[in-house]
Design a protein around this ligand. Structure first.
Ligand code: C6P
Length: 396
């Protein structure tokens, strides 16, 4: 059996999404900006897709949604543009990001820090969450931007963006949220979130890879990301990825339709799965369930290196991760566990299981059996775990 439980890294493209994209490769392949029928036959599908994207995040018509290639691009764009517009010009000198943002925010923040911007890396609390009021403590009259994710990709922890948005508004500070892990898992509404910018990426909600977006509130315009033609209002030039945009539109529509299922059925399946995992001795989950996206469990198995567990899971056909896919090759400990202050053993033993609406009970039952066997085998050979063959394991 093959089981895919790494849906925070990427998701299967929904067959209906694929079906809607297909005509735009070999039949309707015109450049939307050309002046002939090959171009015009792409116009209505693009318009419909954009309407679905606006509706999915509750964006008012007067605001902008700019299509990008991925969330990494959207995140880079916001921070670098703010640097050019506010920091380099001397109007402001400071931004705030949480210390557990995705690397596309953290690395960009570090880059602009190297160029002279002051950056506050907001700490998380013992539950792996952000205290909204702590944002207030760090804001100064020189703060240009706060960038805090809607939901964390490692733990699934949901951050209080609505409250943070209100605080930013009160202080006249721009607010960006990376909502990549929230779309299709919890309601996302740019208006109630009080955001100026919001990032998303189609491949996290059963859309294609290589297409994402950035919501920009009216009056909060950024500098053009790619100079060139007039596409995307001149903010991001380049021939439109028609199939990708059509696919993202369909995926967004379906994500909204499936939201209830994710928040009830998938959550129930995740909770029951997690209950079983927690019955294994010396296992730990940090962020409380009710404060997490419905599909994610980040669990530590004391005494077992995350990579060793992944090996055993993979050999049995189960795909999970030790955390963010783009940091998985550096063998570092899980950054959220580190930020919480977990000891080195625990930080190195975290495994992320992330479900999707395609996950079945049968797959979770099989995974449980695989995990139990892996825990037994790996703890027997673990140098940091005292394993008692009679089943009474103990911590060193
Ligand atoms: N996180 C994970 O395994 P792209 O691929 O650029 O569209 O998405 C980047 C990104 C940005 N923000 C968040 C919160 C994310 O989770 C991701 C992607 C994957 O956690 C791959 S590193």
């Amino acid at each position: 059996m093959r089981v895919y439980l790494d849906n925070n890294a990427t998701t299967i493209v929904d067959p209906h999404v694929f079906e809607e994209m297909e005509p735009f490769f070999v039949q309707k392949y015109g450049n939307p900006n050309s002046l002939h029928s090959f171009a015009s036959e792409t116009h209505q599908p693009l318009k419909t897709a954009m309407e679905k994207i606006y509706a999915g995040i509750h964006a008012p018509r007067e605001d902008s949604v700019v299509i990008t290639s991925c969330a990494t691009e959207s995140n880079n764009w916001v921070l670098k543009s703010i640097y050019f517009q506010y920091i380099l010009t001397g109007r402001k000198n400071h931004i705030i990001v949480s210390e557990v943002e995705h690397p596309s925010v953290i690395a960009t923040a570090k880059f602009i820090e190297s160029q002279g911007c002051r950056v506050t890396y907001l700490p998380i609390n013992h539950e792996g969450l952000i205290d909204a009021q702590s944002v207030r403590d760090y804001i100064t009259d020189k703060t240009a931007l706060v960038s805090i994710m809607t939901a964390n990709n490692e733990t699934g922890g949901i951050f209080p963006v609505q409250e943070i948005g209100e605080i930013c508004k009160e202080h006249n500070v721009l607010f960006h949220t990376d909502a990549v892990q929230a779309i299709g898992k919890i309601p996302v509404d740019v208006q109630s979130f009080n955001v100026d910018y919001l990032t998303f990426s189609a491949h996290k909600f059963h859309g294609p890879k290589g297409v994402g977006g950035l919501y920009i509130k009216k009056g909060r315009e950024l500098l053009p990301l790619l100079h060139g033609g007039s596409q995307m209002g001149g903010l991001r030039s380049g021939t439109l990825n028609v199939a990708g945009i059509v696919g993202m539109g369909k995926a967004m529509e379906q994500a909204v339709d499936a939201l209830d299922y994710e928040m009830t059925d998938i959550k129930e399946m995740r909770d029951a799965f997690e209950d079983e995992l927690l019955k294994i001795k010396d296992t730990f989950v940090v962020t409380p369930r009710e404060k997490r996206t419905p599909n994610t469990t980040l669990i530590s198995f004391r005494g077992i290196e995350g990579e060793a567990m992944l090996w055993d899971l993979n050999c049995a056909g189960v795909a999970a991760s030790t955390g963010s896919a783009c940091a998985s090759e550096d063998l570092e400990s899980n950054p959220v566990m580190e930020a919480i202050g977990a000891d080195a053993d625990l930080a190195h033993t975290a495994i992320r299981f992330s479900l999707s609406r395609y996950t079945t009970q049968e797959e979770l039952d099989y995974t449980l059996e695989v995990v139990k066997k892996a825990v037994k085998r790996l703890r027997e050979i673990s140098s940091s775990y005292a394993y008692a063959p009679d089943g009474h394991d103990s911590k060193l």
